[in-house]
Design a protein around this ligand. Structure first.
Ligand code: SF4
Length: 196
């Protein structure tokens, strides 16, 4: 029988991150800068993405090897069609005690409730600023911060709170707005994390 996998420091494999798409509706400069990921950039063809059945099989095998935490990510995972169906399949895996998702939040107003009903427990939202100008400068000028704040409220209503809010800090771009961000969520129970 195979031993349980561990890293070179002997730590057992507990967490599995599952990227369900390489596409995103943002163009954050530190991740998908617009000059590289422009309209002619070739994302993976659909046939090269794992199907939901393949993802569930892989997750089931990993849970059998000791994984307890599953995190769905991307790109922007909410762009993957019919995502609640995948969440339902992953939530049903015995042994996976934690199921979470990382998103930029823009599509949460439509999807937070169906995802929660499918069995999602936790959400991490990327939010680099609540100042519109700084937010647009961070995400490539794609979509208003109001959309993300609506997504956070939808996640709260769906029972996915407390949320984790990840803020990437860039000198001279959004660092002057991080106190405002911390103040906005102070006392809400949400966990704001600043990432350099
Ligand atoms: S929202 Fe996330 S996945 Fe999309 S470009 Fe920004 S950092 Fe990358």
């Amino acid at each position: 029988m195979l031993g349980r996998p561990s890293d070179t420091l002997g730590r057992p494999l507990r967490d599995l991150r599952i990227s369900v798409t390489d596409r995103c509706n943002f163009r954050c400069g530190y991740c998908m800068p617009a000059e590289l990921f422009g309209e002619h950039y070739e994302f993976l063809p659909r046939a090269e993405l794992l199907t939901f059945e393949e993802i569930e099989r892989l997750a089931r095998l990993c849970v059998g090897l000791g994984v307890t935490k599953l995190r769905v990510t991307g790109g922007e995972p909410l762009l993957r069609a019919d995502l609640p169906a995948l969440i339902a399949g992953l939530a049903a895996l015995p042994g996976a005690s934690d199921l979470a998702l990382t998103t930029n939040g823009v599509l949460l107003p439509r999807l937070a409730a169906p995802l929660a009903e499918a069995g999602l427990r936790r959400v991490t939202v990327s939010l680099d600023s609540i100042d519109e100008e700084a937010f647009l400068a961070m995400n490539g000028g794609k979509l208003s911060v109001a959309r993300v704040l609506e997504g956070i409220e939808a996640a709260e209503r769906a029972g996915l709170a407390p949320l984790k809010l990840n803020c990437v800090v860039r000198r001279g771009v959004n660092d002057h707005t991080i106190v405002e961000l911390a103040r906005r969520f102070r006392g809400t129970g949400h966990v704001v994390r600043f990432i350099e």
